[in-house]
Design a protein around this ligand. Structure first.
Ligand SMILES: NC(=O)c1ccc[n+]([C@@H]2O[C@H](COP(=O)([O-])OP(=O)(O)OC[C@H]3O[C@@H](n4cnc5c(N)ncnc54)[C@H](OP(=O)(O)O)[C@@H]3O)[C@@H](O)[C@H]2O)c1
Length: 288
């Protein structure tokens, strides 16, 4: 298995990244992570910083965040933990979603707003150039060319190295590529959420990285995943990640966790080997 993916053809990242969205609190921390508000920086800031530094020490190179996570607090947390950044660290952030309240995620693709948010991301991350700036959501209220054009302008100004898209179709990817080179796509994708199979294949065929979000389905698993996990002596989360790594060489999962033990388990998934038969059984799982 390739142990690196080249973002945009020139920026190497190791196969398992870290999604930092979970390093945030709500007004309250809900029992069900699916309802987490991602509204405030974590109360246990020291613990979150220790986890991020542990991830970098353990070889994670890609850290995914967004201006929307904790209203910018997610980016500040990364800078507090990892700045000055090691050469190999790649920060991916996103712009294009408003957070007017803990329960609302509202796309806003006004080109001037996207550029303003990127400027704020540059300050919070304490960098002069964002490695990967992703359009968090396509806003149907504005032409896609204008939204990608705003990111292209930032790229032309030297403020963005690579441009990515999030939660898009192949048609939207192709449309966006008329305006700027697209390095990555970040869509929901895991063993039981498979509506983007063709986008994975498209990314692989066209040299894009595919960053699946919810890569372990927020810890959820079914009987088949548990059975394979028992066979290979791994956890269901590890099997979910191992399946993703084998599914396509373009895939860079970005599992999120608040636990150093889970982080280590997730990284160790790179060493979990599935037989062809196990891979086929998992691949045949019904989507949601
Ligand atoms: N582009 C987008 O629109 C979008 C949307 C959502 C997320 N994202 C990105 O994708 C990243 C990943 O998504 P996610 O964090 O929501 O989903 P996920 O990685 O599929 O699941 C995270 C959840 O799984 C648990 N978990 C993590 N590792 C585990 C393990 N080894 N064993 C058991 N449970 C484990 C975590 O709890 P513990 O804390 O207890 O480990 C957490 O509740 C985010 O951090 C964010 O960067 C992007």
């Amino acid at each position: 298995m390739n142990d690196r993916v080249l973002l945009g053809g020139d920026l190497p990242v190791t196969r398992i990244g870290h999604g930092t969205m979970r390093l945030a609190d709500g007004p309250e921390r809900p029992a069900d992570p699916a309802t987490a508000a991602i509204w405030r920086p974590p109360a246990d800031r020291d613990g979150a910083i220790a986890l991020l530094r542990h991830a970098a020490d353990a070889g994670v190179t890609l850290f995914d965040t967004a201006d929307a996570y904790a209203l910018g607090g997610g980016e500040e947390l990364i800078a507090d933990a990892l700045h000055p950044y090691r050469d190999e660290v790649v920060i991916a952030t996103k712009v294009g979603v408003l957070r007017p309240s803990p329960t609302e995620w509202v796309p806003l693709g006004h080109p001037a707003y996207l550029r303003q948010q990127a400027e704020l991301s540059l300050r919070r991350l304490r960098v002069e150039r964002i490695d990967l700036l992703q359009l968090h959501r396509v806003d149907p209220a504005y032409p896609l060319a204008d939204q990608v054009g705003a990111l292209k302008q930032l790229q032309d100004e030297g403020k963005v190295r690579h441009i990515g898209l999030s939660e898009v179709t192949i048609e939207e990817l192709q449309e966006a590529e008329k305006t700027a080179p697209i390095a990555s796509v970040q869509n929901v994708y895991n063993l039981v959420t498979r509506q983007h199979e063709q986008v994975v294949d498209h990314a692989e065929a066209n040299g894009l990285a595919f960053l699946p979000y919810f890569p372990i389905a927020m810890g959820a698993h079914n009987d088949e995943i548990a059975a394979v996990a028992a066979e290979v002596g791994a956890t269901p989360a590890q099997v979910s990640l191992a399946w993703l790594l084998r599914r396509s060489p373009a895939i860079v999962p970005i599992p999120g966790t608040t636990s150093i033990a889970h982080l280590d388990q997730n990284l160790a998934a790179a060493d979990v080997r599935l037989t062809d038969a196990q891979f086929a059984r998992l691949s045949a799982l019904e989507g949601e």
